[in-house]
Design a protein around this ligand. Structure first.
Ligand code: MN
Length: 317
């Protein structure tokens, strides 16, 4: 799981421990992601399956894609399909994906890169392994997060942000035992590169064995930690967690995560996606690739897609 790394964590800006008056968030629930198959046949772990939209709001879905090692010509993707009413955020830790969309957005996403696509009013896109990965095979691992848009922004113009590995904001915890990669939002006064429509924080954290991570967390946000790999404890009551689990924190001002001294994973690290945002608190009607507020809006989306109003597949790229 390479993404962005550094040789010496101690040279990074440190996130101070929360002051003693800050209330540590207890854990509401730790749920386990089931394993499934998506698109043209790529493997996913459905991170939010054991939760509800009320708890994950403003996020809708989190799919961990892999880790999987493909043989040559075996890598899979998701060919042309539409979206409306939300954003897809794809972060890769291993492998390469090629993205194309009907709005002219596109490019190769490599290890450590994030692609933030606002579908808004409607877009068609194509998510495939790169020619190189398809030809040679190899390790592929990433995460796709769906971020909801409020009613007033659901039909906004599509937008594409490429957040490259080099633009991730790197920090460490108070004693230099965890690497924090900030993708979007704010941690300890540092601002991530991603531009968001509603207030959100999104980070990938690598915790070395026996690390204790204590972060202040915006009290009006929810707080979720999805465990890509490794084992440890979280929250004020130190609830145990392991790989492919979602830790959902209750209200408070700060979060606590501790990694075990000995890990069963080969890397010996705990890999966590930490995310939270201000809940949108609107009705959510989800049908396939569309996320709207009402059933009527979903029917409209299906009709608009069928009539080609969400764009057309580009003839060449
Ligand atoms: Mn898609």
């Amino acid at each position: 799981m390479p993404s962005a790394t550094v040789n010496n964590l101690l040279l990074l800006p440190r996130v101070p421990e929360p002051t003693p008056d800050k209330r540590l968030r207890p854990v509401f629930q730790v749920s386990t992601a089931p394993h499934g198959v998506e698109g043209a046949g790529f493997e996913v772990w459905r991170g939010f399956f054991g939760s509800t939209i009320q708890r994950t709001d403003p996020f809708i879905f989190l799919d961990q894609m892999g880790p999987v090692t493909y043989e040559p010509r075996e890598a899979k993707g998701a060919p042309w399909h539409p979206h409306r009413g939300f954003e897809t955020v794809t972060y890769l830790t291993d492998g390469e994906m090629v993205h194309r969309d009907s709005n002219g957005g596109g490019g190769i996403i490599r290890e450590g890169d994030t692609q933030w696509m606002t579908a808004g009013a409607g877009i068609l896109h194509d998510e495939l392994p790169s020619e190189r990965v398809l030809g040679k095979g190899g390790l592929s691992h990433g995460v796709q997060l769906w971020v909801n848009l409020p009613r007033t922004l659901k039909l906004s113009p599509p937008r594409y942000q490429a957040i490259e590995k080099s633009s991730l904001v790197l920090m460490t915890n108070h004693d230099g035992t965890s690497l924090i990669r900030l993708i979007a939002g704010e941690i300890s006064g540092h601002q991530g590169a991603g531009s968001t429509h509603t207030p959100i924080t999104y980070a990938h954290i690598t915790m070395y064995p026996g690390s204790e991570l204590k972060l202040e967390w915006e009290p009006t946000y929810n707080a979720l930690a999805y465990v890509l790999d490794g084992e440890g404890w979280a929250g004020s009551e130190m609830a145990p967690f392991k790989a492919h689990q979602l830790i959902d924190f209750n209200a408070g001002d700060a979060i606590l995560i501790r990694s075990k001294d000995f890990q069963s994973s080969p890397t010996q690290t705990v890999e966590i996606l930490l995310l939270g945002g201000r809940p949108i608190k609107e009705p959510v009607v989800h049908y396939g690739p569309f996320v709207m507020n009402t059933k009527e809006e979903i029917m409209e989306a299906v009709e608009d897609f069928q009539k080609g109003r969400m764009g057309v597949i580009p003839s060449s790229w």
